[in-house]
Write a protein of this length. Structure first.
Length: 328
């Protein structure tokens, strides 16, 4: 099969599409998928640079955390799917290849109103955001959520899910154009962040001094203290990304006085049982919203898999709004 391959860690020039051995035949509850499209994530950029190794048992040289395709073979104990089913899902790696071996519990049915390309834009962003803001963050109707990097894949998914829940939404971005585009997806309040974040005072003004109930942070250290200052009493901070760094110094009194919860979350390194549970909740609670078009994927740009180097360069440029897709 053909697969995106990292020849050595470094820049996009170290990527190529090469022939690699096919996965083994499925056994037990495993499913063999013919991948039609796979989305790029910032985790793929980090893996290419050698900064985000795949978990044990997963190949280090073939990236890819989400995919859409069709079932071509099932294991002897698999009961949820049949050959020919259109499915999509998350994986710990190796999704950017023509064929993928995965567990049946990590798959969901692609709604009839979605193409493979549109479907590939959904799993990582929507499962991550749904798990973060509802399972971990317990966002309730009427509460206010602050979403950093709201124009990113996870940010845009969280925005739509929060709106569907009836929450009030505030989003930040370093790009004014992205904030304006997010208004089309229901963003109520927009904050443009530059070199100096300092958004806490703006949040206080926008919430009449109360603060927000939940912060979804894809940025990391650079926003940490302002995140705590922006939270209301008993607020929750969900840490998902670290693009501005991993080490932060902050005032512990703020967390104690407000009785805050600080929660870190990541999908890739979780157990099969945890990822299966997150996928099941996504299928039960999010797929109906996609089928009814109440929420939708946002595909920014599509590349042929052979053009993966330029796809990486485009994602690294921070010009994208939504998801970047590779087609196989």
């Amino acid at each position: 099969m053909k697969a995106v391959y990292i020849k050595q860690f470094g820049g996009p020039e170290n990527l190529e599409v090469r022939d690699v051995p096919d996965p083994s035949n499925p056994s037990g509850t495993q499913i063999l998928i013919r991948v039609r499209a796979a989305a790029l994530n910032r985790a793929d950029l980090l893996q290419r640079r050698g900064l985000y190794p795949a978990p044990a048992g997963v190949g280090q040289n073939i990236p890819g955390l989400e995919f859409a395709g069709e079932v071509v073979e099932i294991g002897e104990n698999a009961t949820q799917w049949k050959v020919g089913d259109r499915v999509f899902g998350i994986t710990a790696g190796e999704a950017q290849a023509e064929v993928l071996l995965t567990e049946e519990s990590l798959l969901a049915k692609i709604p009839d109103n979605l193409s493979f390309t549109d479907a590939a834009a959904i799993p990582e962003a929507f499962i991550t955001s749904h798990d973060a803001i509802f399972t971990q963050g317990n966002l309730l109707k009427g509460e206010t959520i602050l979403i950093h990097a709201v124009g990113s894949g996870v940010g845009l998914a969280a925005l739509q899910l929060a709106n569907a829940k009836g929450a009030k939404t505030i989003g930040t971005s370093r790009t004014a154009d992205k904030l304006e585009k997010c208004r089309e997806f229901g963003l109520e309040e927009a904050i443009l962040t530059g070199e100096n974040a300092n958004f806490a005072e703006i949040i206080k003004d926008k919430t009449a001094g109360k603060g927000v109930d939940l912060v979804l942070d894809l940025v990391g250290a650079g926003y940490f203290q302002d995140n705590l200052d922006s939270l209301a009493l008993k607020g929750r901070l969900i840490l998902v990304g670290l693009t501005s760094g991993a080490n932060a110094e902050f005032n512990l009194r703020t967390a104690l006085a407000k009785r805050l919860k600080i929660i870190g979350t990541v999908l890739r390194g979780r157990s099969l049982e945890e990822k299966s549970a997150a996928t099941r909740k996504f299928a039960e609670q999010v797929l109906p919203l996609i089928e009814s078009a109440k929420i939708r994927p946002n595909v920014d740009k599509v590349f042929r898999c052979e053009d993966v180097q330029n796809a990486h360069r485009y994602l690294e440029s921070n010009e994208s709004f939504g998801k970047v897709i590779l087609e196989f």
